[in-house]
Design a protein around this ligand. Structure first.
Ligand SMILES: *Cc1c(COP(=O)(O)O)cnc(C)c1O
Length: 375
């Protein structure tokens, strides 16, 4: 059986984790966390990057730092993982779901403005499959209406939009290092601050509401509880695992890209023949090979396709049930405008196996199995 995902392992993870254990440095913000911060700040060009315990907690921090109050509205796509919504619901926000574009499955920038009310505070965009949303238009809308932009870049580590790194374009960027993402620490993530304006506030929020980070830098002579916060910093053991992968940053991306490109070379002609649909990468977007998906005719064909693949040793999966039609989505939000594409397109989409070290043999088996379904 070819798995859908195998968590990345690049070789030095145990060496670094052992080092953390031997040196008795296992709590948060230890030497490996600092290495990861420095690397990610350099790689993204952001003013500050903080590892968090998950992508979800990075989103929670972004919601707290956005000063959301109960009743404030947050605009987001319905086609996303529930964490994008959870973070804002925890602050008492109402969710306003906007339709996606069928070509990228990203929020349709043309439909955002109609969803804005006098309660709107945040636009939370999701760079689906590591392919950027139309950030120029979205940032212009946010500026015009004085809104905060949170980038859920959980899937987009290493992707760019017109040369700018995703996660650094809006007011806050959120990465995930879950085991299903390109780079992993088991569970983990990062909050990205494009400027230093909210650095102190972010550090306080991440350290249980204390100014401990300022204390460690020698900026205050004792630390105390100064605001609301939580414990968002991961153990250095997890950071040690991640560090091994960040050291192989390009290699992991290139390896994934080889699979993505092989799939694309095989399936694009089938798309041109009208058998299925393949991902679209808009001009100016450089993606990170996070995901390769196909779109089939409809739900029954997709169900048959996934079953056929499984019977032939290939695990393919679908996601997401649109949030607006899920029990929590109904409770916490509403769909703005018409659901023209979200539900329809989500029912046609299927993700193929794609992970670091997927062998060429397995990749070819996936391709042959997909071809034989259509033969
Ligand atoms: C994975 C993911 C998250 C959540 O990340 P965790 O690290 O699992 O908490 C949030 N949003 C999107 C779009 C994701 O793909």
């Amino acid at each position: 059986m070819i798995d859908f995902n195998i968590p990345p392992f690049s070789g030095n993870e145990l060496v670094y984790m052992q080092e953390a254990v031997k040196n008795r440095k296992i709590c948060g913000d230890g030497p490996f966390t600092k290495k990861c911060h420095a690397f990610l700040e350099e790689q993204t060009g952001a003013a500050a990057v903080y590892l968090t315990t998950s992508g979800t907690s990075a989103l929670e921090m972004a919601a707290i730092l956005s000063h959301i109050k109960p009743g404030d509205e947050v605009i987001l796509p319905s086609f996303t993982f529930c964490s994008t919504a959870d973070a804002f619901v925890a602050r008492g926000a109402r969710l306003v779901f906007v339709d996606v574009r069928p070509d990228t499955m990203n929020i349709d920038e043309k439909k955002i403005e109609a969803a804005i009310t006098d309660r709107t505070r945040v636009i939370a965009v999701v760079h689906y499959a590591g392919v950027s949303c139309e950030m120029d238009e979205i940032m212009a809308i946010a500026k015009k209406h004085n809104l905060i932009v949170v980038e859920d870049a959980a899937q987009a580590v290493g992707s760019t939009y017109k040369g700018r790194v995703l996660g650094t374009i809006g007011d806050f960027g959120c990465y995930s290092f879950h085991e299903t993402k390109n780079y992993s620490m088991g569970e983990g993530g990062a909050l990205i601050l494009p400027t230093l304006d909210q650095r102190d506030e972010a550090e306080i929020c991440r350290e249980k509401g204390t100014d401990r980070s300022r204390f460690f830098r020698g900026q205050v002579d004792k630390y105390t509880w100064v605001d609301y916060g939580s414990s968002y910093l991961p153990s250095d053991l997890n950071a040690a695992y991640l560090w091994a992968q960040l050291e192989c940053f390009d290699e992991i991306r290139n390896d994934r890209m080889a699979t993505w490109n092989a799939y694309d070379a095989a399936f694009r002609p089938m798309a041109e023949a009208g058998l299925l649909e393949v991902p679209f990468i808009p001009e100016g977007c450089v993606h990170n090979a996070h995901m390769y998906y196909l779109k089939l005719k409809d739900l029954p064909q997709r169900t048959a396709f996934i079953k056929y693949l499984k019977e032939n040793g290939v695990m393919a999966v679908f996601h997401y049930i649109p949030l607006h039609s899920s029990p929590a989505g109904l409770k916490f939000g509403r769909f703005a405008g018409e659901d023209e594409y979200t539900t329809k397109e989500s029912e046609r989409l299927v993700r193929l196996p794609l992970y670091y070290h997927l062998t060429e043999e397995d990749r070819n088996k996936v391709i042959d199995t997909v071809r034989s379904f259509f033969a």
